[in-house]
Every structure is written in C-alpha cells, then in structure tokens.
Design a protein around this ligand. Structure first.
Ligand SMILES: Nc1ncnc2c1ncn2[C@@H]1O[C@H](COP(=O)(O)OP(=O)(O)OP(=O)(O)O)[C@@H](O)[C@H]1O
Length: 249
C-alpha cells in the first residue's frame, strides 16, 4: 500500500526528540510525522525505545528536548486542561490492555464515555456501547466479565473501550504480542477496519512483521535511538540492509 503524503495534513509532528533515563540516552534524535488517515508502523529491536516514544507523545513521560505537536498544539508545553483536551483525541491500546476485572464488558466501555462525554443521555450511551461492540465483532459479549474472555477478545474489548470516545489518533503498542497467529491476524485486520470506519491516523508499534505487512501504509524503523529508515512496505521488503532483512526474513 502506498500513501501520497505531500498534500495530507500532519496530525502529529515529532522533531528532534531526545529522552534519557539517568545516563541512559534512549532516544537520541527522533523526528517523525503522522499524516491524517494513515497507519504508520514503528519497528525496532526490543529496548530501542518504541514504547518510550509513544509515552512521550501522549505526555506520560517528560522529554529532555525536542518538540511534539499534536493537531498543531505543542504537547511539551501544554499542561492542565489543554493537555487533557489533546489527550482526549488520542486512544491508546497498551500491551496489557487492562480491563477492570470487576466490571462487565458493558461497564468497562461505558466508563470512559461517562467520564469524557458527559453530555450523552443514557440511551445514547447504550447505543454507542452497542455500536462499538459491533464494530469490534463482539456484540454478544456485552454482559460478560473480563475473566470469561480469551486474550484476543480482551484485546478487542480494550480497543472498543478506546474507540468509544472517537479518538482521532490511535496508538497501538504491540497489539498482537502474546496472541496466537490466527488471533493476531484478526487483530491486524481489525486495525485496518478501524482505520476505515473511524478515519483514524494510527501509530502501530510492533515486531510482528505479519501485522506490519497487513496494516502499514508507511514504516519507520528505530535503531540505536535514531530513525534508521523510513519508507513503504515495498521499500523495506526490497532493502539490502542487514538489520531490515533480519526483520523481514
Ligand atoms: N520509566 C523508565 N525508567 C527507566 N528506564 C526506562 C523507563 N522506561 C523505559 N526505560 C528503558 O528504556 C529502554 C527502551 O524501553 P522501551 O520499552 O521503549 O523499549 P521498546 O523498544 O518498546 O521494547 P519492546 O519491543 O521490548 O517493548 C529500555 O532500556 C528500558 O529499560
């Protein structure tokens, strides 16, 4: 899949981002853009700072230097209500994807809706919960408890809980890790469906090449705290670089 980005709006722009923990310089100088409607896959060896990058992007970790803008708002200087408003436009599916174990699926999905979309009536809430469950293919699970669900189903419900507030940007941190190949493939397909239905721009962090092949419009590989390569799936697959080949072969 090719994407022509020249005329597309940037929804995220990260410039010269630097992040260290004590003496450990994890992100040395990372710049990247995310364009509206695209799926950007971020690849890289374990420990290269992919999760740190996403956490800096959503303001969960402070940066050392560089700038991050989301919908033209500067994340690194925003605080309080402004930061909260920008964050509401971003949905995260973290590795654990933790659901509240003592709540039903319905209650789990209602939770962010009641907190963020306070203007909705009870019947609108009910409608939204049903709609999002249908969109992740789990309408029948509405009254189940998380303990009754498989790993793949939990992932889908976590995604539903994120999508219910209509994020403009989705951040997936290793969405297929820990799932069997069939379920992983279903989650990758779901990511593509979400892109189409919700018109989201997404960053997908993964080392699952099949997930990258299925979802990516564009790929960025991080290595040693820097962007090692940026390009399309075809360009990555045709690359002679040993590091890239080690991922794709
Ligand atoms: N809060 C923290 N405090 C100190 N070091 C941290 C912290 N968070 C991450 N690190 C370090 O930053 C480095 C990058 O971690 P990160 O989780 O971003 O890697 P990753 O590329 O996402 O790896 P993986 O693919 O295994 O998830 C690691 O060496 C990690 O130990």
């Amino acid at each position: 899949m090719m994407t022509e980005n020249t005329n597309r709006k940037k929804v995220v722009e990260i410039s010269n981002l630097k992040k260290s923990f004590g003496a450990d310089l994890i992100l040395k100088d990372v710049s990247l853009s995310l364009f509206e409607g695209e799926n950007l896959v971020v690849l890289g060896k374990s420990g290269t700072g992919k999760s740190v990058l996403i956490k800096c992007l959503v303001g969960l970790l402070p940066t050392d230097s560089g700038s991050i803008t989301v919908f033209d708002e500067n994340m690194t200087s925003a605080s309080g209500e402004k930061l909260a408003l920008i964050r509401e436009k971003m949905g995260f599916l973290f590795q654990g994807g933790a659901l509240y174990d003592s709540m039903t699926v319905k209650e789990n999905i209602e939770f962010p809706l009641r907190r963020i979309k306070k203007e909705l009536t009870e019947s609108q809430i009910e409608e939204k919960v049903k709609e999002v469950l249908e969109n992740v293919g789990l309408a029948d699970a509405i009254n189940k408890m998380p303990s009754e669900l498989s790993g793949g189903m939990r992932k889908r419900i976590s995604l539903a809980r994120t999508l219910v507030i209509d994020p403009k940007i989705m951040l997936y941190d290793e969405p297929t890790t820990g799932l069997d190949p069939v379920t992983s493939n279903e989650i990758s397909e779901l990511i593509v469906e979400v892109q189409k239905k919700y018109k989201t721009a997404s960053i997908i962090i993964t080392h699952d090449i099949k997930c990258a092949q299925k979802t990516a419009n564009r790929i960025i590989m991080l290595n040693d705290g820097l962007v090692f390569k940026e390009g399309t799936l075809n360009e990555f697959e045709a690359s002679n670089e040993q590091l890239i080949q080690s991922f794709f072969n």
